[in-house]
Ligand binder design. Structure first.
Ligand SMILES: NC(=O)C1=CN([C@@H]2O[C@H](COP(=O)(O)OP(=O)(O)OC[C@H]3O[C@@H](n4cnc5c(N)ncnc54)[C@H](OP(=O)(O)O)[C@@H]3O)[C@@H](O)[C@H]2O)C=CC1
Ligand SMILES: Cc1cn([C@H]2C[C@H](O)[C@@H](COP(=O)(O)OP(=O)(O)O[C@H]3O[C@@H](C)C(=O)[C@@H](O)[C@H]3O)O2)c(=O)[nH]c1=O
Length: 287
């Protein structure tokens, strides 16, 4: 398959680049804003034509959850219009689209793992624009698969693990919320999940949930990062009210993985994957 990856310089895009060599049967075309702005339909259509693309994997998004609250227009342009453009090109050319969405489409009121058909109710601009992106793809009637994931981290880009490592070097103590529960996802695991679904073929419109396995709070996640990194820091467990942010976040967003597991996707335990990522992060990289 010829696979066009958009948002290829983000953390998921970089993770796909890392694993691409393990899938020599496919030819990957990695792009980001300069070569393929997903809001530019002519550009995406031309790339699809030039590289005889069979499948688009969209890793591009506006992911600044708090900033989105005061920059809804940009968030909507990328997360909604961008999705519409990709779906339009996929529909026109009869090719597939794998699109990534988020646990933040849910309100967090459940206390059971969330299945794909659970009613959505995003609490902030980021979640609302991601949900509208999903809906635009479904409405286009292209062959598409939406994978909702959560708490993504990796050795690339910006994420909670790297923030904790930075704060751990700078401070002696830190407070982290313990009343928001979810599951971290190593972007490498998601990259493999995407390619597994790609190989099964994308037809109709399907939503899948994928995160790593388990359920923890951000506090537990921070503690695990510090323990694995050997960082000695006092970490206070606080409630969300004590850590005010512009965007509201779901209190519970553990995703049920039964459907994606039935599709043949492996779901690693969150701590095993965190160990894998931390081993890479602590290896000094050459300039
Ligand atoms: N990060 C997380 O915790 C989670 C992410 N997700 C979803 O997973 C997907 C991947 O996220 P992640 O890798 O973390 O995101 P990143 O923010 O790391 O990467 C997104 C990439 O998209 C690029 N981009 C932005 N606008 C455009 C555009 N108009 N055209 C093309 N590329 C563009 C960004 O470029 P630039 O940096 O220059 O803006 C960046 O390289 C997203 O759909 C996100 O919503 C879901 C759950 C959790
Ligand atoms: C840095 C920090 C954060 N927190 C809290 C704030 C928040 O409730 C929680 C997570 O913090 P962050 O802002 O790093 O994470 P956030 O940007 O909310 O992460 C989200 O990103 C988007 C893109 C998604 O799709 C989600 O799945 C999720 O991964 O931890 C603390 O309590 N103490 C701290 O020192």
């Amino acid at each position: 398959m010829n696979i066009l990856v958009t948002g290829g310089n983000g953390q998921l895009g970089c993770s796909l680049r890392k694993v691409a060599g393990m899938y020599p049967q496919h030819r990957f075309v990695f792009t980001d804003v300069p070569e393929a702005d997903i809001t530019d339909r002519a550009c995406i259509a031309a790339l699809a034509e030039k590289h005889a693309i069979d499948l688009i994997v969209n890793c591009a998004a506006y992911t600044a959850v708090d900033r989105a609250e005061s920059d809804a227009e940009t968030a909507a342009k990328i997360n909604v219009q961008g999705s519409e453009v990709l779906a339009g090109v996929a529909r026109e050319r009869g090719i597939g689209l794998i699109h990534i969405s988020t646990d933040y489409v849910f309100d967090g009121e459940s206390c059971h793992p969330l299945k794909e058909d659970r009613p959505t109710a995003p609490q902030g601009v980021y979640g609302r624009t991601k949900l509208a992106g999903e809906q635009a793809i479904e409405a286009s009637r292209c062959n598409a698969c939406v994978i909702r994931t959560a708490w993504l981290y990796s050795e690339y880009g910006n994420n909670f693990v790297k923030t904790m490592l930075r704060l751990g070097r700078e401070r002696d103590e830190l407070n982290v919320v313990y009343d928001q529960v979810g599951t971290p996802t190593y972007a490498t695991d998601l990259a493999h999940a995407i390619l597994r679904l790609a190989e099964r073929g994308v037809s109709g419109f399907e939503v899948y949930h994928f995160s790593d396995e388990g359920a923890i709070s951000w506090y537990d996640f921070a503690k695990a990062v510090f323990a694995l990194a050997g960082i000695d820091i006092r970490v206070g467990a606080i409630e969300t009210a004590a850590y005010p942010t512009p965007a509201r976040r779901p209190a519970y967003s553990v995703l049920a993985k039964d459907k994606i597991r039935e599709a043949g996707v492996r779901v690693p335990y969150w701590l095993d994957s965190l160990r894998e990522c931390m081993a890479i992060l602590s290896v000094p990289t050459e300039k």
